[in-house]
Design a protein around this ligand. Structure first.
Ligand SMILES: Nc1nc2c(ncn2[C@@H]2O[C@H](COP(=O)(O)OP(=O)(O)OP(=O)(O)O)[C@@H](O)[C@H]2O)c(=O)[nH]1
Ligand SMILES: [Mg+2]
Length: 403
């Protein structure tokens, strides 16, 4: 059932963290999460008894998106252990997996709303105890106002630092543009095999796929070739998770900003996963929220990965390409499909153009298009040149060198 699959994912999330183990689990219905009491009386009692029975328990993970600080505190007081929600667990995983400065900054940014909510809760408790807010001597602001200001300044600093890093990336982006390498964003649910697939397509040994949720937190680019020797850049992206807390998505969405500038999206799915259909829906709904240009959304290439785990796999979706990134099945077919789509979306053509060797055409083509093969016919001083050329460059060529 749905609840059992959800619990399986919750267990996987906890197990992703080193030295964290799940001692026991239970499925209980909850009320709306923003209510102060998320459990009914009976369920709360069942849960409390269960927790008391486990002598080695150090924390409780409630698989709901976000607990209010007040609820969290009440549960912690009742149970005597730390209580985590989906937001804090995912944030913790991110913290453990972050390698680059950008990923670390994004996590710090994602922590701000949490700190703000805690502050609000603490202050309301303080206010109840002392009645009203007090001014700090000489500063003209209350203790609460000062705390909020400090938090705001912190947020500002983090956003600034991120902005600087992104400035650098946009330079990279324009360089990429100029060299005219099509950029292919590889996206999908966490652990579906994105990194493994890029490794298989590019032979990049530096990539490290891991059987772990959120192994990839940084966007990285990797060069590869399509069947007609067209050079492309594959971009590895952070995985998606259903009900990924909203603030978290927001702070990482800048990493996904580059996706809007890519020429093609490859959507990788783990079709051996029992929740593969729901995972697809959740990926598509996030993609929709990213404000991507419609031509990108309309041309997504869907990959059904991990077919090696299913006996004689038959895809229910005729346009999807079945592969095993791990064993290398179906990769040639996938590359051909990627090439077809990339040529279509970028308005490029593969053509053979006949040129005079003595003229300036060849060097012009080298500069403005991608030359793939030059077949020289020495006896008549001509050559057949196979090129990948954009429609606009082809127009210019015809104008410059009328036949
Ligand atoms: N059997 C099988 N396993 C695969 C295949 N592709 C990937 N895997 C395994 O799936 C796990 C996750 O692979 P990754 O490539 O790290 O997945 P990812 O989508 O990059 O995951 P995140 O970066 O964590 O979102 C690893 O243990 C891979 O070995 C496949 O075709 N067949
Ligand atoms: Mg990865």
């Amino acid at each position: 059932t749905k609840a059992e699959l959800q619990i399986a994912e919750a267990v996987a999330l906890v197990n992703t963290l080193q030295n964290w183990t799940v001692l026991d689990k239970i499925i209980l219905s909850t009320k709306t999460p923003d209510k102060k009491f998320i459990f009914g009386k009976g369920n709360f009692q069942i849960l409390t008894e269960k927790i008391k029975e486990l002598p080695h328990i150090t924390a409780v993970f409630l698989n709901i998106e976000r607990l209010s600080p007040l609820t969290k505190k009440e549960l912690e007081d009742a149970w005597g252990v730390t209580v985590f929600d989906r937001y804090t667990v995912v944030l913790h995983i991110f913290r453990c997996n972050a390698r680059t400065k950008e990923a670390k900054l994004q996590i710090a940014l994602a922590e701000i709303p949490l700190l703000r909510a805690n502050l609000k809760n603490e202050m309301s408790q303080l206010d109840q105890q002392r009645g009203g807010s007090r001014y700090i001597m000489g500063s003209g602001e209350t203790f609460m106002e000062m705390q909020y200001r400090l938090l705001k300044e912190k947020e500002f600093k983090i956003r600034n630092a991120l902005e600087k890093l992104r400035g650098k990336r946009s330079v990279l982006r324009t360089q990429r543009r100029r060299r005219e390498f099509p950029v292919i964003s590889v996206m999908g649910y966490t652990n579906c095999g994105k990194t493994t697939l890029i490794k298989a397509l590019t032979g990049d040994e530096g990539l490290q796929p891991r059987d772990q949720l959120f192994a990839t937190l940084d966007i990285t680019a990797h060069g590869g070739y399509l069947p007609s020797h067209l050079a492309v850049i594959y971009v590895d992206t952070i995985g998606f998770l259903s009900e990924l807390p909203h603030d978290l998505v927001e702070s990482f969405s800048a990493t996904l900003e580059d996706v809007a500038y890519s020429d093609l999206i490859v959507h990788v799915r783990d079709i051996s996963h029992p929740e593969t259909v729901l995972q697809k829906a959740s990926v598509l709904s996030v993609l929709k929220k990213l404000n991507l240009p419609s031509h990108l959304l309309d041309s997504v290439v869907e990959v059904h990965n991990k077919v090696d785990l299913i006996e004689s796999y038959q895809s229910p979706e005729p346009n999807a390409i079945a592969v095993s990134a791990l064993l290398g099945y179906g990769l040639e077919e996938l590359k051909e499909e990627i090439e077809r789509t990339v040529l279509k979306t970028t308005g490029k053509k593969i053509l053979t153009i006949k040129i005079k060797l003595a003229g300036p055409q060849l060097s012009w083509l080298y500069k403005e298009a991608t030359v793939q093969e030059v077949d020289v016919m020495p006896e008549d001083g001509m050559a057949n040149v196979k090129v990948i050329i954009s429609n606009s460059a082809l127009g210019k060529y015809k104008k410059l060198f009328p036949q």
